[in-house]
Design a protein around this ligand. Sequence first.
Ligand code: GMT
Length: 378
Amino acid sequence: MKIGIVCYPTFGGSGVVATELGKALAKKGHEIHFITYEQPTRLDFFSENLYYHKVEVPPYPLFDYPPYELALASRIVNVAESAKLDVLHVHYAIPHASAAFMAKQILLSKGIFLPFVTTLHGTDITLVGKDLSYEPVVTFSINQSDGVTAVSESLKQDTLEHFAITTPIDVIPNFIDLDRFRKQKKEHFKKAICPNGEKLLIHTSNFRKVKRIDDVVKIFCRVRKQVPAKLLLVGDGPELNNIQNICQSMNLNADVRFLGKLEAIEEVLSVSDLYLMPSEKESFGLAALEAMACEVPVISSNAGGIPELNLQGITGFLSDIGNVEEMATNALFILKDENLHTFKENALKRAKEFEVSQIMPMYETVYEKAVAKTLTHA
Ligand code: GMT
């Protein structure tokens, strides 16, 4: 199939899922056309089946807000015509689904039918989409999609609760490439960070408020009182400065390391003992899955779709949002030498259920159904 993929090409989970899906589909022989304003972060290898089409948004002094959505719709039209796309897959409802709808209408006026599939990732529904400024457009463009998927049952239910959706939603969970995300031998790195055999806790995110990184620090402080430990904070975003100040004021600088954005996240996960995800909102929790694939158990909140991934008492523990006391107690339980190995094994076992080769066919089925509409349309 010739598939166009539209996503946010940044470090966010939706961009990662879109890019990894495109790469896996290309390996399987599909022709994949990424249509984005920047090269997607993880689009890092050459394949004869992968194409990248940049969306240019020309500046003009009259515009306070350059019309990205129009530039995107025009680029979709242009790529659909030149590459003869069979289907378009847009990740994140805003503004990608509405741009896809507009492109579809333009193409129809030229006698071309381009079905589009929309994947809902989370904040497009749980935060931004609900806002009255966007709600009518979000509802309309989801309903106009030729296939809709959500990354968890929880996100599907949230969507049905808050929007008048008339199109069926298929749940397709996020997935992991276990060839890349696996425990690697990086003992020299562990020794450098934990010279005295300290336990290593880790959090990776885009440092947005919903990630509750202040809770990560609170949990770590409670753990460190009982067990020698270090904390790695990986990523960058709006909360970084605030969290650095908190750590400074609490004299944590010797035990908390900020690593910024990392490409080879699997290397630091490989030497970590426990992953912390106390998020306020999380439709799936892809970062936790990446940790689990590297044999790292998870202490998390029970927000959104996290319970569909992290299994209570098996791969880690879940607590109510903000219950840092319980999260710290559970963290200490996992970190006990007699427990850690079992939790690590369970984490990997669970991650294997989300192997890309098992999930990708679900997307192929959704594409096939959408493409079938082309035939009925002809
Ligand atoms: O969590 C973020 O800040 C990034 C966000 C995004 O839109 O890229 O992630 C969302 O999509 C990921 C991939 O499907 C999910 O794993 C995350 O749970 C989800 N984030 C939220 O719902 C807050």
